[in-house]
Design a protein around this ligand. Structure first.
Ligand code: ASP
Length: 501
């Protein structure tokens, strides 16, 4: 019996892409003992690679010695050069002592040496971009149809209220689980002073460069776009959701001869977009392979060892929330069995894990909820885009766990009132988190500020954030799907679907 590629279910292919990608990335892991240096030779840029140095020194253009690093300091060398470049203190001379002794003049960039595992990342990036490319027109068109089909503003308000209520409830449960575990396991007190110092040194510059303090009030105000077309062009999901809802509601208030063509057009548009998602998903196994391979290839596994207790606490919390809390809600409220729910959600789960983006996963999630879980389109088109932007169970739990972890490392004892403050601010921070990779850690600042935990503590967890972002994005989208099933069930429109293969 021969098995053709076509006959293998897509989620198996994606899972294969994930497993082989991880193996490939591990095999072609980026070395900790190599550096790629771009420098000027006779006015043109040349790239040289060095390995196994005894020391690397930077010398300023006026001949002063700026800094010297040892053989274990690859990351620090890269960070130091970035700081110099940011402060416009380049060009510099880089002197390498050891087996590959050399001098590089007018250094332009210092980076890790890329391996094939990292070089194939563009394939994954194209996959994410294709999904994002569908997301905005899909949300706009289907939400307009969804809101218009609800009939009137009271219906939209009622459904919206119910949806937001469930979103808030599940988010709060997630945070409570996170807080309980982080207090019980106390990962912060398990981190040695040495490890703390090392992490702070390595990631402080990155942190200062990448983290701009957000303004929560501004996030709320910005829900209303001054120019909706700008919002669409910029991919501002929350603004697009608001705009689409307003159009949908207003369509119910005008003469049906006028509204029908608009609704029909949007309906056709959303069908087209869903069809496009189906096409894009055909390349998912390759996209997933490339994304995972690059992440594993680039990832320094030492950091996982250092932060193992923190990572374990969070992953345990995320798993408990997803399988126990959300699984039970789906079973007992929506009446969908655990097996049927999770097997129906395989594709969005794998896409969320590999892309770390609820936004990119949204089209796949909508398709899975409609086709595999029996949630009608008028519910998914309303509940899921809203959820992708405001409901982040995983991110909120992560923000609470990270805040307490950092406090523990700094020797701060947070009392009950402070932990409650974390709960509330983590709800708000997760609402304000954009559904794209790496934003959760930026919004974490709000939570840290609320309880006066030093913001620079973010440097402690920055190195492992990429990995945990993948993990927290999964409950983010499973939470959205859970609420979509509850809303469909309580509205009496949940359709029977056979169990997904
Ligand atoms: N990556 C997450 C998401 O898109 C957001 C975050 O926590 O950074 O859902």
């Amino acid at each position: 019996m021969s098995i053709s590629w076509k006959s293998i279910p897509l989620h198996h292919k994606i899972l294969g892409g994930l497993i082989f990608g991880a193996l490939f990335g591990a095999l072609f892991n980026v070395s900790k003992y190599e550096l790629s240096i771009q420098h000027l030779v006779d006015g043109s840029v040349q790239t040289s690679e060095i390995e196994q140095w005894e020391s690397v020194s930077f010398i300023g253009s006026d001949g002063t010695m700026l800094a010297t690093f040892g053989k274990e300091d690859q990351l620090k060398i890269i960070q130091y050069f970035r700081t110099l470049a940011r402060e416009k203190r380049t060009p510099v001379l880089m002197r390498v002592a050891g087996p590959t002794a050399a001098e590089f003049h007018q250094v332009q960039a210092v980076e890790k040496v890329k391996t094939i595992a990292v070089m194939i990342k563009p394939i994954g990036t194209i996959f994410i971009r294709l999904l994002m490319f569908v997301a905005i027109p899909l949300v706009l068109a289907s939400l307009i149809v969804g809101a218009a089909s609800l009939g009137d503003i009271r219906q939209v308000g009622r459904l919206g209220g119910k949806t937001v209520l469930f979103y808030l409830l599940t988010t709060m449960i997630a945070i409570t689980i996170g807080l309980t575990l982080v207090n019980l396991i106390s990962p912060g007190t398990r981190l040695s002073a040495d490890a703390k110092q090392k992490l702070m040194m390595e990631f402080q510059t990155d942190m200062q460069a990448s983290i701009q303090p957000p303004d929560l009030l501004d996030t709320v105000i910005r829900i209303v776009a001054t120019n909706p077309f700008n919002a669409i062009a910029e991919g501002e999901m929350l603004q697009v959701v608001f705009f689409a809802l307003m159009i949908g509601i207003s369509l119910t208030m005008i003469d049906s001869n006028r509204s029908k063509p608009v609704i029909d057009f949007c309906d056709g548009m959303s069908e087209t977009m869903i069809k496009m998602v189906g096409m894009i998903m055909n390349i998912a196994p390759y996209g997933v392979f490339a994304l995972i391979s690059a992440t594993v290839g680039e990832f320094g596994f030492d950091i996982l060892e250092t932060l193992i207790w923190y990572a374990l606490t969070l992953v345990l919390g995320l798993a408990l929330h997803m399988f126990f809390v959300l699984g039970s809600i789906v079973k007992f409220i929506s009446g969908i069995s655990f097996k049927k729910f999770f097997s129906g959600m395989k594709e969005p789960i794998l896409v969320a894990f590999t892309t770390s983006s609820s936004g990119a996963t949204l089209p796949v999630n909508m398709k899975a909820c409609e086709n595999n879980l029996g949630v009608p389109k008028k519910i998914t088109s309303f509940v899921l885009p809203l959820g992708a932007t405001i409901n982040m169970d995983g991110t909120s739990m992560y923000q609470a766990v990270a805040a307490v972890f950092i406090a523990q490392v700094y020797g701060m004892d947070l009392n009950l009132a402070q932990q409650l403050t974390i709960l509330l601010t983590a709800v708000l921070a997760s609402i304000g988190t954009a559904p794209v990779p790496g934003v959760g850690i930026v919004m974490l600042i709000i939570v840290l500020r609320s309880v006066n935990v030093p913001e620079e503590g973010i440097a402690l967890i920055l190195g492992i954030d990429r990995l945990l972002d993948m993990c927290r994005t999964v409950p983010n989208i499973v939470g959205d799907a859970t609420v979509a099933t509850i809303i469909a069930k309580t509205e009496g429109v949940l359709e029977e679907r056979p169990a997904h293969a």
